[in-house]
Design a protein around this ligand. Structure first.
Ligand SMILES: Cc1ncc(COP(=O)(O)O)c(C=O)c1O
Length: 385
């Protein structure tokens, strides 16, 4: 039997909020859109609940900013978008036999495009299309080096023949995913592009020209105009984090907020947190913030990150001290502080002087994608009007 999580607490009474600013997503989409030629469409990638921002809000905001496609991993997410009345072409690319049996007929019926990355997947889509009584619109995924899903370039002829013989599918697209577009010096991207182009050319010998070709993620959208092709699939840039340096103005769409629970002056020698990894050398004032790893902070960032505290006498950047606990962190407010319980704390986000998800990622050796998608279900999302 399947069980669904039941919130233990009324979200209205929880101390933390992920404040989502849909206008940031709209403006980011507009900024990315302005870098694309008129024949390139912008697909907003809203998988993983819109990178933690809320899938539907993210999708609507990106469409308002000029995105004309939506991309999600799971077919269930694609259906949720359709059922919410979102009227844009959608591509779903990650499914297994169970989802294929239970969801793909409905997905195909709804006119959602489906990615196929193996012969077995082609058979499953074809069966689902037969059940739906409607041809499936398929994008063929070509594995050019990610080694995840996708037909290897070396077996493209076999796939081409199978597609040619299958009257339940229409091949509308061919795509691949770049492994290191965020490192412009890595020649691997060009090797992938070469493999992709060769495979698409051979595919065309079986099925004719493939209408939609796409391979660019945010990094390639921002730094490789030569790879824009028919669609760019952008996620992280729309949420405000450019994976490559450049002058596309983007701003974070999520601000993670908390507030001070307690303020406490302490003497030199005070130890802090589990494992007492931090001992203070000077007296200071500690601030207790009721947010921890159960809310999505990375425990490994302990003692290496900071927050912004908004006190009556101004904003202060307060280093986080010691290990991060499940529900709380301790920050250093300094000796001369006006901070009081109830003062707003910005853990990361869109505020002058505040740390970003990139800063928190840097503290742990991860990427802002993981920081954003880690903000847990315990943190209510407040969507700005
Ligand atoms: C297949 C695919 N395309 C595009 C994206 C978007 O990538 P980014 O967020 O780097 O733009 C993702 C996200 O990981 C993805 O899985």
């Amino acid at each position: 039997m399947m069980s669904l999580p039941m919130p233990a607490e009324d979200p209205r009474h929880l101390p933390n909020r992920a404040v989502i600013d849909p206008s940031a997503i709209t403006e980011n989409a507009r900024a990315v859109r302005s870098m694309l030629g008129e024949h390139t469409a912008l697909m907003a990638v809203v998988k993983a609940d819109g990178y933690g921002h809320g899938m539907l809000d993210a999708a609507r905001a990106a469409l308002e900013g000029g995105a004309t496609w939506l991309g999600v991993a799971h077919p269930a997410s694609a259906l949720a978008l359709c059922n919410a009345g979102v009227d844009a072409p959608i591509l779903t690319w990650l499914w297994e036999p169970h989802s294929a049996r239970t969801l793909l007929p409905e997905v195909i019926n709804a006119g959602i495009d489906v990615s196929v990355g193996s012969s077995a997947m082609l058979t499953q889509v074809s069966e689902a299309a037969r059940t739906a009584g409607r041809r499936a619109r398929v994008h063929l995924k070509i594995d050019t080096g990610m080694g995840r899903g996708g037909v290897l370039a070396s077996s493209i002829d076999r796939t081409g023949r199978a597609l040619e013989a299958d009257d339940m599918v229409s091949l509308v697209g061919a795509w691949t995913h770049l492994a290191s577009a965020d490192d412009p010096d890595d020649p691997f991207t060009d090797r992938q592009v070469e493999l992709f182009d060769g495979a698409v050319e051979r595919l065309a010998e079986h099925v004719g020209p493939v209408p939609l070709q796409h391979l660019a993620n945010s990094a390639a959208a921002l730094s490789r105009p030569d790879l824009h092709r028919d669609i760019v699939r952008c996620g992280i840039a729309l949420y405000g984090y450019p994976p490559v340096p450049g002058d596309c103005a983007l701003r974070p769409a999520m601000t993670l907020r908390s507030s001070l629970a307690m303020v406490k002056p302490v003497a030199a020698g005070q130890t802090i947190g589990y494992g007492h990894i931090r001992t203070l050398e000077e007296p200071t004032t500690l601030g207790l913030v009721p947010i921890g790893y159960a809310d999505g902070l990375h425990r490994a960032a302990g003692d290496k990150a900071s927050v912004l505290v908004r006190t009556a006498s101004g904003d202060v950047r307060a280093p986080q001290l010691g290990r991060i606990s499940m529900d709380q962190i301790v920050v250093d407010l300094g000796t001369d502080t006006a901070a009081e319980p109830g003062d707003e704390v910005i853990v990361f986000g869109d505020a002058s002087g505040a740390p970003t998800a990139q800063d928190w990622a840097g503290a742990v050796g991860t990427i802002p994608y993981e920081v954003l998608t880690s903000v847990s279900a315990r943190v209510p999302r407040d969507v700005r009007a």
